[in-house]
Write a protein of this length. Structure first.
Length: 447
């Protein structure tokens, strides 16, 4: 099937089509997990002696998750998906630019893209059409918004092509995904992206149906830094129980990208979460309006790391500008002077840390006081702590590590912090501050 223009708009031109889908403001709020590190609460089979409440938790789906699918993504711990959304790959020059920026995967591609070239170049593709050179198959984008939660018959059309469901006023989103699954290559890894429906508008009961045996990898696009309407009571107001609009300080915050990851994990039945990939805008995805903005390089880095701290197993950059100074569907190629160097460095850092990110969480090993979200990872008998500010003003945070240690090496910052009596303190300058630590001179909490 051909790619749809509507599918690449990240919810912008679809607004008039999906307003009727939005749920009333009485949707129960999401309060998040009760573990300090993020991710689903875990009941350990055993806890190492001397380390109270410390639990080793695998990443969502397990470290070798991708190996079960035919012709899929690598299960190699050195591979971490860093993708761009709906690109075109026509020649080696396109590939060179994307690889130079640290990308390794394409999610959705134009119909004229050369997937044989993609594969031959050591890249991976998850298109909406079948191909022997693909590493997966993409279902429908934002179907929760444009088709809604329902089992009515689907016309086979997409927004802008005519009536969507039968009867026209009904909801057929569940049908769309089931029919897309039916045409997918057998054994392929199936991917789907959702939007404001499952994130904000729909009830938990309606949203959960999109996660019952539908896709193998999932994402949701909520553009906290640039969406002109996301701070409203009926959208981002979900964070405060739909009681009011969010303030700018509460809304335009990197930590909210981590909230989205947790929201999607909560909707997966039985707590058996499939991999959730982050979705972060790389430019100005909305048409110009008083509240539409362009994301900055520090905001991109902070949003990505917030998602990773909360367990995202891949990153997708939304690569289309519909407003701002550079209108393009190839932002990182055409408009990246302000953000490309930061995104490139960020992607390099993620790739270097891929074995850590693919490794298990060490829940309960670290506690923290201060305005931060954090997670603890265990790799090669070393403890890593990844932390990002969760308040616009930032502030000081103190970390206490049960596994001990003498020094916290701050990765890629050329500095260290002494660990005294199992604790160390650092400063987070603002809401975009992220610090990554490797604890030296300690243990692995008995694991």
């Amino acid at each position: 099937m051909k790619p749809r223009t509507a599918g690449i708009l990240g919810g912008t031109v679809l607004a008039s089509l999906v307003i009727a889908v939005a749920a009333a403001s009485g949707v129960p709020p999401f309060t998040g997990p009760d573990t300090p590190n993020g991710g689903p609460p875990t009941t350990p089979a055993s806890t190492p002696s001397g380390f109270d409440g410390v639990v080793l938790r695998p990443v969502d789906g397990g470290a070798d998750y991708y190996a079960q699918f035919s012709g899929s993504l690598p299960a190699d711990p050195a591979y971490f998906p860093i993708a761009v959304w709906f690109e075109s790959v026509l020649d080696q020059g396109n590939i060179a630019l994307d690889k130079e920026a640290g990308l390794n995967t394409y999610v959705e591609l134009t119909a004229n893209s050369d997937l044989q070239l993609v594969k031959a170049s050591g890249m991976y593709a998850i298109p909406t059409f079948s191909s022997a050179d693909a590493s997966g198959f993409a279902l429908s984008d934002e179907v929760d918004m444009w088709a809604g939660p329902g089992n009515a018959p689907w016309t086979g059309k997409y927004p802008g092509e005519g009536p969507l469901c039968v009867p026209e006023a009904s909801k057929c989103g569940y049908t769309v995904q089931k029919e897309r699954r039916a045409v997918a290559p057998q054994g392929a890894m199936l991917y789907a992206n959702y939007g404001k429906g499952v994130a904000f508008w729909l009830s938990d009961e309606e949203s959960v149906e999109f996660f019952k045996g539908i896709q193998d990898v999932v994402s949701a696009d909520t553009y906290w830094f640039t969406d002109p309407s996301i701070c409203a009571k009926g959208e981002g107001g979900a964070i405060v129980g739909y009681t009011r609009d969010l303030t700018q300080e509460e809304c335009r915050l990197a930590a909210n990208y981590g909230w989205t990851i947790e929201r999607i994990r909560k909707l997966q039945a039985g707590g058996n979460a499939t991999p959730i990939w982050a979705f972060v805008e790389a430019g100005h995805p909305f048409k110009d309006s008083p509240n539409a903005t362009t994301i900055t390089a520090p905001e991109i880095r902070a949003a990505v790391w917030s998602s990773l701290i909360h367990g995202a197993r891949g990153v997708i950059y939304f690569n289309h500008n519909f407003g701002g100074d550079c209108i393009s569907q190839h932002v990182l190629r055409d408009c990246g002077a302000l953000v490309r160097p930061t995104v490139t460095a960020l992607n390099k850092q993620i790739s270097e840390l891929a074995p850590v990110l693919n490794g298990p969480f060490l829940d309960g090993a670290t506690t923290a006081t201060g305005p931060v979200d954090f997670t603890t990872k265990l790799h090669d008998h070393k403890v890593y702590i990844f932390a990002g500010a969760n308040k616009e003003a930032g502030g000081q945070a103190t970390f206490h590590v049960q596994c001990g240690g003498s020094t916290a090496v701050v990765l890629d910052e050329n500095r260290t912090i002494p660990v005294v009596d199992g604790s160390f303190t650092d400063t987070f300058s603002d809401g975009n501050a992220v610090h990554l630590y490797r604890v030296e001179g300690g243990g692995s909490c008995g694991f």
